[in-house]
Each structure stands twice: as C-alpha cells, then as structure tokens.
Design a protein around this ligand. Structure first.
Ligand SMILES: [Zn+2]
Length: 262
C-alpha cells in the first residue's frame, strides 16, 4: 500500500495515485491529457485497476483529467458535483485549454457524491472527508489513515498564497486545519499545488496564511481597497496568479459591506 505524487508542469499541480495491491484511487488527475495518461500508465504498470477518481474541488485544473478514467467512479463533494452537472464548470475548461495551449482529456463527469464530514469506502480505502470552504465553496479534504496522508486541495500551498472566494470561510478552514495539524496530524499533507509537506510545515503555512487574512481584514476595514492592496501576501505566486491578490481585497471588501445594499 503506497502513495505516488505526480506534478503537472503548470503551477506544480498535484495528482495522487493511491495504490493497494490490485486496486488504485487517483486524486485530481491533471493537467494535460499527456500528464494524465502517465498516471493511468503507472497504475497499469503496477497491475492496479483505478476504481475511483477523487476530486478536491471543481476548479478546472482539478477536474480536467476525470475523462481519462471512464471506468472509474468519479467522486466529489455535492457542491462540486453540482458545479459539473449544471454546466458551470465547462466554460472555464475550454477557455483554460485555449489560454494555456494544453490539450485536456475531455468533459468532466460525476458518478458519486461524498458527504463532507463522513468516512466513505472508496475502492480499497476508507477515506475521511472534511469540508474545506474558502478557496472555493465546494472544497473537500481527503484523509486516508491507512496511508497516513491528507489531501487539502488549494489550501496550504507552499508556492501560492491564499486565493479566497470567501475570506471569512477561508479563515475558518485554516483555523480548523491548524487544529487538526496540532491534535491529529497526518504524516504527510498534499497541497493541490507544490510539494508535499510534513505536518509541522503545513501548520506553519496555516498560521502564516491565517495571519495574512486577518491583516487583510483589518486593513480593508480601516482603509478600504488601497490599504488592502498594501498587505503583503505570505509568499509569492507565479506571475499569472498575481491578480488573485486584488481579488482577495475585493472579496474582503464585499464581505465587510452590509447587506442588503442600496
Ligand atoms: Zn488549483
């Protein structure tokens, strides 16, 4: 029983192959169809049948490889499932494929919804799940105790700063992850982008990201957009992701503006 990590050339995006004898589970197979094929080929090489594909959230770079595993059960949170079934995820897949000049495996699909907060039987593994809202509303963490690993999607990245769809939910998620990493740490944390982390490293990232989001809230509350833009993220991200810094300020401003608006 073991884990193998694959890394896309784009944003060091993580795919995982979880293997138990003749069966395997793939997490976020990505990004180009060629890169995804490599993961399937590795499973074949190990004589392991891929029974399930687990998806951490519905962003294009995490759902683009589902189609390469037509015989596996594609499983995700109910919110990610809704994003795919409604067609809301499809336009970004097409535009990203064009924008980055990457051939993708095909249309994503949903076969199974996993209720967050519960353990699920997924092929040969028991997988514990945890809602992780903040980067997106549909995020979910996967913990496989028999492998001592935790996959956290686009949180706790050592090569990106938080990209928040909701700063309030992102703070809650980080506080929850920090608590888990202190009291019940896995041996290895796999962020969606960047190399794997020991629990202590992941905890440091959680604290740094939480400090950034608290500073962002204080700055925007006191000084609006200009003050928010002056808050330094805890680490750099690739140039094409720099716009996310301004998006965080906008999200924070929106959350602090009383509803309903006049
Ligand atoms: Zn991502």
């Amino acid at each position: 029983m073991h884990v193998e990590r694959f890394e896309s050339a784009l944003w060091q995006t993580t795919s995982l192959l979880l293997v138990s004898e003749s069966e395997a589970v793939v997490v976020d197979p990505c990004i180009s169809s060629e890169e995804v094929q490599r993961i399937g080929a590795r499973a074949n090489e190990l004589d392991a049948r891929v029974t399930h594909v687990l998806v951490t959230h519905g962003d294009w770079d995490h759902i683009c490889g589902i189609a390469a595993f037509p015989h596996a059960v594609a499983a995700m949170s109910p919110a990610a499932a809704e994003r795919i079934r409604s067609g809301a995820a499809a336009p970004r897949l097409a535009s990203a494929s064009a924008e980055y000049g990457i051939a993708l495996a095909g249309e994503p699909r949903v076969d199974l919804e996993l209720e967050p907060g519960q353990a699920h039987r997924v092929g040969p593994f028991v997988v514990e799940t945890l809602a992780l809202r903040g980067h997106t509303p549909d995020g979910i963490a996967y913990r496989i105790r028999s492998l001592d690993v935790l996959a956290v999607g686009d949180h706790l990245s050592p090569i990106e700063f938080p990209f928040a769809s909701s700063t309030a939910e992102y703070r809650l998620t980080l506080a929850g992850l920090a608590d888990l990493l202190r009291r019940d740490p896995p041996a290895t944390v796999f962020p969606g982008h960047g190399p794997p982390l020991a629990a202590a490293e992941a905890l440091e990232l959680a604290e740094a990201d939480l400090a950034y989001l608290h500073e962002l809230r204080r700055a925007v509350a006191g000084g609006g957009v200009a003050a928010g833009l002056a808050v330094e993220p805890p680490r750099a991200a690739s140039a094409d992701l720099a716009r996310n810094r301004a998006a965080n300020v906008e999200a924070q401003l929106e959350e602090l503006s009383p509803h309903p608006r006049r």
